[in-house]
Ligand binder design. Sequence first.
Ligand SMILES: *Cc1c(COP(=O)(O)O)cnc(C)c1O
Length: 388
Amino acid sequence: MQFEKSDRLKKLPPYLFVEIDRAKKKALEDGRDIIDLGVGDPDMPTPKFIIDALAKAAKNPATHRYSLDQGIPEFRSAAAKWLKKRFGVDFDPDTEIYPLIGSKEGIAHIPLAFINPGDAVLVPDPCYPPYRSGTIFAGGEIIRMPLLEKNSFLPDLRSINHHLLHKAKMIFINYPNNPTSAVCDKKFLKDVVDFAKKHNLLVCSDTAYSEITFDGYKAPSIFEVEGAFDAAVEFHSLSKTYNMTGWRIGFACGNASIIEGLAKVKSNIDSGIFSAIQRAGVTALENYDRHIRSVIKIYQARRDILVDGLNSLGLHVEKPKATFYVWIKVPPRYTSATFAKTLLEKCDIVTTPGNGFGEQGEGYIRMAVTVDKKRIKEAIERIRKRLA
Ligand SMILES: *Cc1c(COP(=O)(O)O)cnc(C)c1O
């Protein structure tokens, strides 16, 4: 039988990666030697000390039952301690921190707690897709904030249409940014907080890449800015920092009433993170200092090879200060889709066409340095030989 899908599913923006997904699948089936720069998923394994902590915890039957809504207190305290050490900010682990089954889940669910049909949400364009889908599932409308190269891929808050703004209840920001790899400073975050307070907006700051930063740049938390606790929640993830994408663990922190709303939605939908994973998460957070430098070093070396290589091919790309992405303007006469398709067909290289992240992503492709240095060098040589 075929069943009619709900209106909310029909309202989702079209999935624009269909063609590239199909072409990639076909290339793999044909046995071609594909270099996949498409996926935003670390290729390196989770560090052994974290796996060991999981194995030990999993043997303890106390971890086998439903974890309480708020999760185990040790995880919230470890998150609070890490936030204090990393950003110098105090959070109450009982009211201002909440565990998430990966930050994507929290991001997609939060509109259900605060958005009514007819309300609007300010969403960057291009963006990580759950900001859009979460808003649509809650019946909200999307007000797009273009991220333009001439503005360093920061939204221009002053240019947002005032007639639309009165409907807005929430704003998403994401720095370090996926897909553009742009970063922001505290001055920008202060502008966002002031803007949000002026217009009664709830700020959702997604910091999934806050720890993958280069050349001495340190990503700030919005809570380093005065007044942020009045209006903001921040989404942290262990996925990219500790190569733990498959484990599903992250946390929200910030304004207690926002956390309370999100918690209420979640308590009606899920029953928490496997406690053994939370215990491993405690170990991960406690050992941040000894772990993070090696990860940064690896991505930075790969970034340098990719960006230097692309520049040697005549594509002008600056070295991103953060994330494992490089956001590349396509050469003249190409679109995002045709350039991605050409790279796949002629060079067996998978990339992500920028238009899949939003209209303003048209004219760009995204490459992820989630393959080793040798493969990145190989990718550059293939483009030089087969496309130049
Ligand atoms: C990867 C990613 C996330 C979330 O990852 P989780 O595994 O769900 O914690 C959130 N935001 C952005 C922008 C990402 O790229």
